[in-house]
Design a binder for this molecule. Structure first.
Ligand SMILES: [Zn+2]
Length: 474
């Protein structure tokens, strides 16, 4: 690909297959799709969480291969505030933005998950202060670009309400347009979280989620107008577009707290609400949950003091796995079949998830997992959870993701479009042209990285997925 082409990758967090028809009724999205090649059934990764998904989108690899198998690292000392996999160094394998860097392209990334400290020219990483002794400004600047200070000065007012929505996306949107206007980067990657945030809080089909879709359409419209003007300013230059969702989501109204069950079984020790030691720890992934034991419990902790390794022999591991499978199946049977499936680590690995877990379980429809070790083990969602202003009074979600890609209707979407320059003769050979209005029946999230890499003129040799040539002419 020539550097005459700009590539824009927009991730609308949580945009799933059911959203497509709603978006097609909106002016900008429908106009965008007219000239795009797209797929409405993109198989997610397991667990279908934002960080594993974006690491897969970036590398084309299964979570077990890129290593980001959850949003957060395993840390039973801080189950709620554990570090997230914020950094590029957490991701194994080449990313599509590494391809851009290799080709000497400049890039901008706004809140792109798992990209902190990555080879990105203008990086506003998704990192947040999770410990009192850490400093947000230092963490962001250390892993991102100095221009964040300018962005904070210009658009920080949108964050005066905290990182709630739509304020955070407004900040991201304004910042991305500013970086575009000021620095004209060759690759722009944007992660908008408005929809996902509102779905978690208010439910899949809530008015708040529908309003977020409306705002997403306007954001896309802003980019389409901006790029049209840019193409007029810069004769002979093209724009490659990628629009994607990272996963779908499902409504639920009950949380399963397996760490409470583990405490009841003597596999975890509590002092008040705090976990003081664990033989097994249940690490939630929204609609699924991985149970870890032995050295996997503390492997990822930053402080060596906390990294107390308990080695499990193969026999102990096998016995513990067997015990957990039986315990979870019995528990589910006694509690309305709340757990749909229990997989061994080996079975989880075969689905691309973390093979190092002792077991991985999948919640039934209507349920999800929480890490809280507090009572009760199954926590129902009452209507009183939100006060009349809609502020959360207790920590429970209305909709979530992280479920198995095998859940029916639980796919996400992907679209590519290539706006060529008016003088076609300027198009260098090797440039891809998306088939206008072409619909691909099925694809997998692991195919996105290799496809975006090829649009940038490179490839990802370690990817598990493939370049989707069917989306392009020729
Ligand atoms: Zn997400």
């Amino acid at each position: 690909m020539s550097r005459d082409t700009k590539t824009i990758v927009i991730s609308f967090d949580g945009l799933g297959t059911p959203d497509w028809d709603i978006m097609m009724d909106k002016p900008n999205f429908s106009r965008f799709v007219e000239k795009a090649a797209f797929c409405l059934h993109v198989e997610a990764v397991y667990p279908s969480l934002t960080y594993p998904s974006h690491a897969t989108i970036s590398t084309g690899r299964w979570p077990k291969n890129h290593g980001v198998t959850n949003n957060k690292v395993t840390d039973f000392h801080h189950p709620i505030t554990a570090d997230w996999y914020w950094y590029r160094k957490c991701v194994k394998g080449k990313t599509f933005y590494d391809v851009a860097a290799e080709k000497g392209m400049t890039s901008a990334a706004l809140l792109w998950p798992t990209a902190g400290g990555g080879a990105i020219t203008y990086n506003v990483p998704e990192i947040f202060q999770n410990r009192i002794w850490k400093n947000q400004v230092y963490m962001s600047l250390h892993n991102g670009c100095p221009q964040q200070l300018i962005l904070a000065a210009r658009y920080g007012r949108y964050l005066l309400h905290g990182v709630g929505q739509p304020y955070l996306d407004t900040f991201v949107h304004r910042s991305a347009l500013y970086l575009m206007n000021r620095y004209d980067p060759d690759l722009i990657m944007i992660h908008y979280c408005d929809l996902d945030h509102n779905r978690h809080r208010f439910g899949h089909d809530s008015k708040q989620a529908m309003d977020a879709l409306e705002r997403h359409d306007r954001r896309l419209g802003d980019w389409m107008s901006r790029m049209k003007a840019w193409q007029q300013e810069k004769e002979g230059r093209g724009v490659n577009w990628v629009i994607l969702g990272d996963h779908s989501s499902l409504d639920e109204n009950k949380a399963i707290r397996l760490n409470r069950l583990l405490a009841q079984q003597g596999l975890l020790k509590l002092r008040g609400k705090k976990i003081v030691s664990a033989k097994v720890f249940a690490k939630e992934a929204g609609g699924s949950c991985c149970l870890y034991g032995g050295e996997d419990l503390t492997r990822e902790l930053i402080f060596p003091k906390l990294r107390r390794t308990q080695i499990l022999s193969d026999q102990e591991r096998a016995d513990l796995t067997k015990r957990l499978v039986r315990m979870l199946k019995d528990f589910s049977r006694e509690h309305g079949d709340c757990i749909e499936a229990v997989y061994t680590g080996k079975e989880a690995g075969a689905m691309g998830a973390d093979p190092n877990c002792l077991v991985m379980c999948e919640a039934s429809l209507g349920y999800y997992f929480q890490e809280s070790p507090q009572e009760p083990v199954i926590y129902g969602l009452g209507d009183s959870e939100y006060d009349p202003q809609g502020h959360r009074q207790r920590r429970l979600d209305r909709a979530t993701h992280g479920y198995s890609p095998r859940k029916p209707g639980y796919t996400t979407v992907f679209a590519v479009r290539t706006d060529k320059p008016r003088q076609q003769s300027n198009v260098q050979s090797g440039d891809l042209t998306a088939k206008e209005g072409f619909e691909l029946d099925r694809m997998r999230l692991i195919d996105e990285g290799p496809t975006i890499a090829r649009m940038l003129g490179g490839d990802l040799p370690q990817a598990d997925g493939r370049f989707l040539s069917e989306l392009f002419e020729g």
